[in-house]
Design a protein around this ligand. Sequence first.
Ligand SMILES: Cc1ncc(COP(=O)(O)O)c(C=O)c1O
Length: 383
Amino acid sequence: MEFIDLKKQYNDIAAGLGRRLGSVMSGTRFIFGEETEELEVRLAAYTGRKHCISCSSGTDALLMPLMAWQAGKGDAVFVPAFTFFATAEVASMLGAEVVFVDIEPGTFNMDPAKLRKAAERVKAEGRLRLRAVIAADIFGQPARNPEIEGLAAEYGMFFLEDAAQGFGGRIGSRAAGSFGDAAATSFFPAKPLGCYGDGGAVFTDSDELAGLLRSIRVHGQGREKYQNVRIGLNARLDNMQAAVLLEKLTVFDKETAAKNVIAERYSAALAGLLETPAVLPGYYSSWAQYSLLAEGPEEREFIIGRLKSQGVPTAIYYKAPLHEQPVYKGYDRRGDDLSASERICKRVFSIPMHAYLSDADIELITGTIAKACAEYRGDAHSA
Ligand SMILES: Cc1ncc(COP(=O)(O)O)c(C=O)c1O
């Protein structure tokens, strides 16, 4: 069994994919061709945004808006303590100070009440300019983006939605990727919409920001080709990856719907045994991961071991909150409460989640977890 089954997905799309890749190769336009243009139009429409700027990775999709906003020294950038490293890395890379914000235990996403507290604390200290907040749509469920949008506006900050995991999710009729001054997504192969290498995109409604991002993406290019008007990057998405993504879009909604059915089946079978992920009313998740909470790290290891012995792969996202990563050693939380992120890292683990899981796979996974819990808790109680 695969954790995310890209082989079965490939079998589903092989014929169309072959045609699209063949067309790129015979056309020999590998950078900025028809496919990239079509993809940007399709993704902008998908998210309901005015602009989509494709780029080379989700990390660059986060970095480029911060570069455009000239975030740097003396700036505070608020990021969740529980997310993939890149969400914070981009701010540090530009010399800004990251301020870690705790998450809500049920959804794994940034807690708006704790964002307000942290913003008030930084404002009262007066040392840093409140510059931007980046909230990640963790495991596929959008963060409380409408509330965070409001808070960012209240404190005069930019809001960057990190939809690397959330693409395909929604809050009501608003798609992940439609929130904030800009939103970033990743097309890393295992992401909800993944390509066959690295890739990403930025979404925005601002013409000005879109222009800056298109310039930054190609070495700070000006109106003419070899004219450079600012410092930028080489952060283009290539046309082969755009072709892969266009083909994957043909099955994307079907896959996301199938994952939602599987998530419901997982939650129905596992509720009462382990803490199952909470999806807020009106929210729709793209299920980048299906993550459970064991009672503690020993029970988690026990369950993972039992699943492994049945050939079921698992993963731990994330073993440590970002403020405990070696590179942020010495991070001064200045009284901010980060306890939910710390606790969850000791309990969380993810089980296979993709559209091609069979009934037998689901039964094997849920049955093995149920047996492991009974065995562990029986043993723990008799010990
Ligand atoms: C929340 C989050 N942000 C950013 C990224 C970075 O994306 P990429 O790996 O495409 O650079 C990822 C994925 O790896 C992610 O999960």
